[in-house]
Design a protein around this ligand. Structure first.
Ligand code: PEP
Ligand code: MG
Length: 551
């Protein structure tokens, strides 16, 4: 028996033979090319094929793993034609007089090394994307087809590392789990594994190697443990945990259709966060009571130019109609900081998280705002739309947003276009300023929804994108929880509801605190609905305390 410890990145127990992924040998000789023009044409063809493959993969990802995964491949498709990357290949070809393969390899190495060297962790992570795209273009040039898992029985797939496209292209029926030498929990492969529901462990290092191919192992995607050829006792322990997880899943299934209500009758709404109309299926499959956050910016990020009123209207209407009268909270464009699109031409800023982002972009660009509001109000005629504004810090911003809504409603009225004049208007509580003004803001709107990701960032002065902050970034910090309480008290005094749509909403350890604070709605990823419901239905609200608000 050999025990290895890695980092569990996607929960679940799997047991079976290990298959260590063999990659085709793609060693590239550094030899001069006979005809540079022909080499250039080969690169163009390989890029074109890569872009087409990635577009197909994005469609497949949208169906199998959701919008976030699809966006990943759409981003890769953009990298394929990236101007700097293309120029880098051309320069290598011209200066070295080498083959197309060598030029692509050199350009990939240079661009990924450049990204890996920058301080911004988001850009650093893009280095892996460039390597993935480079490999794809090289495979096209060399006619190499990645065959993935070449065996008949389901296996635990082991590899040095897996790229996102390798992960998505795996035959799901053959994969019991994924284990890798490298990788991180926030890497795209881990995200994909979670959305595909495949147990995964990364960071096993050299301990895991090809010598284990064919040997039976058990893995626990929660604890990060891999045991090769477990002894009887260890085998029994894995089996017991697997059985209990299966039972737990079956128990959760019984929560479907049940109200989100505590044992002493406190009702909550458990709703879902989505990023595109393609995610609504998951909301319905997991029995979400509504949509508490539709991140509309994905419509803008996936496009190469501003989405038109009509395009937006179609997307919003699709979601609203599919939810059949259940409330759909659509957040207006929340772009800037880590979310950028070239055509928006947002100015480079030293501290983008403190720059022109969220509602600031919309208030600076009234036409962009108006187009979105028109699409939202038009969609409101097809169901129950609520409109929500992100990154609010001042009362005047809320008043300006409401004025923009009034103007759009007047326009639609004059044009005879139907809309819901009672559509709720709300704001996200994401900044300390918003919490401190909650009393006044609550009188202006129909609801508050707390974006705990940003509220934590701005309350604790901790960059949510940084991997270096460790314990300093603490969403359980009493200051964050007290901010929630202040906002909730102000909301309730004004007679409006308050929800949480940041990641914290799905944190089962905080449910008692949320009940004690009096939160009315939790909006979470669809997979978190039933576990949350099970916990709510086993809770007694009146015995919940505010202990966690103490230092
Ligand atoms: C949040 O900040 O908690 C939130 C829900 O918004 P986003 O994560 O999209 O910034
Ligand atoms: Mg936010």
């Amino acid at each position: 028996m050999v025990v290895m410890q890695g980092k569990g990145v996607s929960k679940g127990i799997a047991g079976g033979p290990i298959y260590f992924l063999h990659r085709p040998d793609t060693a590239i000789a550094d030899v001069p090319a006979a005809d540079l023009e022909e080499e250039q044409a080969r690169i163009v063809r390989a890029q074109r094929d890569a872009a087409a493959q990635l577009t197909d993969l994005a469609d497949r990802a949208r169906e199998e793993a959701g919008e976030e995964a699809a966006l990943l491949f759409e981003t890769h498709a953009m990298f394929v034609d990236d101007e700097d990357f293309t120029q880098c290949m051309r320069t290598a070809l011209e200066e070295r007089g080498c083959t197309a393969e060598r030029a692509v390899e050199l350009a990939g190495e240079a661009c990924s090394a450049m990204l890996a060297g920058v301080e911004d962790p988001y850009l650093q992570a893009r280095a892996a994307d460039i390597r993935d795209v480079t490999r794809r273009i090289l495979n096209n040039l060399m006619g190499v087809e990645e065959r993935g898992v070449d065996c008949d029985v389901p296996v635990i797939l082991a590899a040095d590392d897996l790229s996102p496209s390798e992960t998505l292209q795996l035959d799901r029926g053959k994969i019991l789990g994924l284990i890798t030498q490298g990788g991180s929990s926030s890497g795209h492969t881990a995200i994909l594994a979670r959305s595909m529901g495949v147990p995964a462990i990364c960071g096993l290092g050299e301990a895991m190697g090809p010598e284990y191919s064919g040997r039976v192992a058990y893995m626990d995607g929660e604890t990060g443990q891999v045991v090769v050829e477990p002894d009887e006792l260890t085998f029994a322990a894995f089996q017991a945990k697997r059985d209990s997880q299966r039972e737990q899943r079956a128990r959760l299934e019984t929560m479907r259709g049940k109200p989100d209500e505590t044992l002493d009758g406190r009702k909550l709404m458990v709703c879902c966060n989505i990023a595109s109309p393609g995610d609504v299926g998951d909301v319905l499959a997991n029995d979400g009571q509504g949509i508490g956050l539709f991140r509309s910016e994905f419509l803008y990020l996936a496009a190469s130019d501003y989405p038109s009123e009509e395009e937006q209207f179609q997307a919003y209407r699709e979601v609203v109609a599919a939810m059949a009268g259940k409330r759909v909270v659509i957040r207006t464009l929340d772009i800037g900081a880590d979310k950028q699109a070239d055509y928006l031409r947002l100015q480079k800023e030293e501290n983008p998280a403190l720059g022109v982002r969220g509602i600031r972009v919309c208030l600076n660009r009234p036409e962009v705002f108006r187009t979105q509001l028109r699409a939202l109000y038009r969609a409101s005629a097809y169901g129950r739309v609520a409109i929500m504004f992100p990154m609010i810090t001042s009362l005047w911003e809320v008043k300006a947003c409401k004025r923009a809504c009034q103007e759009v409603m007047a326009e639609l009225e004059a044009e005879g276009i139907p809309y819901d004049k009672n559509a709720e208007i709300g704001i996200m509580i994401e900044t300390p300023a918003c919490v401190l003004l909650a009393e006044e803001l609550a009188k202006e709107v129909d609801f508050f929804s707390v974006g705990t990701n940003d509220l934590t960032q701005y309350t604790l002065a901790c960059d949510r994108q940084s991997n270096n902050l460790g314990n300093f970034f603490d969403p359980h910090h009493p200051a964050v929880l007290r901010a929630l309480k202040l906002a909730a008290d102000a909301a309730h005094r004004a007679g409006i509801w308050i929800g949480i749509c940041g990641e914290l909403g799905a944190d089962l350890d905080l449910l008692d605190t949320f009940l004690a604070i009096g939160i009315d709605e939790l909006s979470v990823v669809p997979a978190a609905v039933l576990p949350l419901r099970a916990r709510i239905r086993g809770s007694i609200a009146k015995t919940c305390t505010l202990d966690r608000l103490e230092c």
